[in-house]
Design a binder for this molecule. Structure first.
Ligand code: TA6
Length: 282
């Protein structure tokens, strides 16, 4: 999966615009291969992007879909959420991309020996479909030794009002409640309602997750390869403490993250791991 058909990304902060056959559109930045917008054919923006999001080297963009790799949160010695979201990715030559899809890649040969001393190639494909957005992340081990990693697509869905949102598909699932200091719980509710800060890692999620709102179409989140799901909303206090979050931002977002955390991926030399998240309007 090593690539030599990459276009140089002259401007890391100049987005690639995608146009879907049904009139939908999306925006992807080379910086972090970050999808910031997905506007469906009905003209509704489906991703949350903070009005105070910073587009600066070294900073993570608040909203859209940050790519988390090779470390989720602080589960390791790297910077929080790893390196991918602040890396400069390169667009794979336009010949391989349709108007409605684009691929970015990021290759490192022993990324800063002292930081994460592994050789890998990451590919990220963004595809607009009919009422859908599909995100596919692949990691190839280009080195001579195995390495392990955790990862996530930290998708910020835009919602009209968090108090009117309910999430289904998690009943009976084990989760770690990070907002309550990491307690282990099992979800007994048929629908999750967000009434304040919520930060949970659900383990072994296999079913699609539906994000339902009043007077809006449901967004179904379908993961493949990613075995866990993180649901996050910072609630009013933590939201106000985030310098790059707009006022009351928590009311208009819900992260539904396709993740692989509990059992990190162990990747042998020459092997590729792939995980995807499909966001489908119902
Ligand atoms: O995925 C949930 C989470 O790990 C939360 O604990 C919260 O901190 C969030 O990610 C955002 O992290 P960030 O570094 O982007 O502020």
């Amino acid at each position: 999966m090593l690539r030599n058909n990459m276009m140089s990304s002259k401007n890391t902060f100049k987005p690639v615009l995608l146009n879907g056959a049904d009139g939908a559109s999306a925006k992807v930045y080379p910086y972090g291969a970050h999808v910031t917008n997905w506007c469906t054919a009905d003209g509704i923006e489906r991703l949350f992007l903070s009005e105070r999001a910073e587009f600066k080297h070294g900073m993570a963009v608040r909203g859209g879909v940050p790519i988390i790799f090779p470390q989720f949160a602080d589960l390791g010695s790297l910077a929080k959420h790893g390196l991918a979201r602040t890396a400069c990715w390169q667009q794979v030559s336009a010949a391989e991309c349709g108007l409605s899809s684009v691929t970015f890649c990021w290759q490192e040969d022993r990324l800063g020996q002292e930081i994460w001393p592994h050789s890998f190639a990451a590919d990220y494909q963004v595809e607009l479909g009919i009422d859908s957005l599909k995100l596919i992340l692949s990691i190839y081990n280009a080195g001579k030794q195995s390495f392990s990693f955790t990862a996530a697509l930290h998708t910020y869905l835009r919602v009209d009002e968090i108090a009117h949102v309910s999430v289904s598909g998690l009943q009976g699932m084990r989760y770690r409640d990070s907002a309550l200091g990491g307690t282990a719980e099992v979800d007994s509710d048929s629908a999750l309602v967000i009434t304040g800060e919520l930060d949970r890692i659900y383990f072994g999620t296999t079913k699609p997750i539906q994000v339902m709102q009043v007077n809006q179409r449901t967004v179904e989140c379908i993961a493949d390869g990613f075995k866990d799901t993180v649901i996050w909303n910072p609630g009013p206090d933590k939201s106000a403490a985030l310098p790059d979050m707009q006022s009351e931002g928590f009311r208009h977002m819900l992260c539904v993250e396709a993740a692989i955390i509990e059992s990190p991926v162990m990747l042998s030399p020459g092997m590729t791991w792939t995980g995807s998240q499909l966001l489908q309007l119902r």
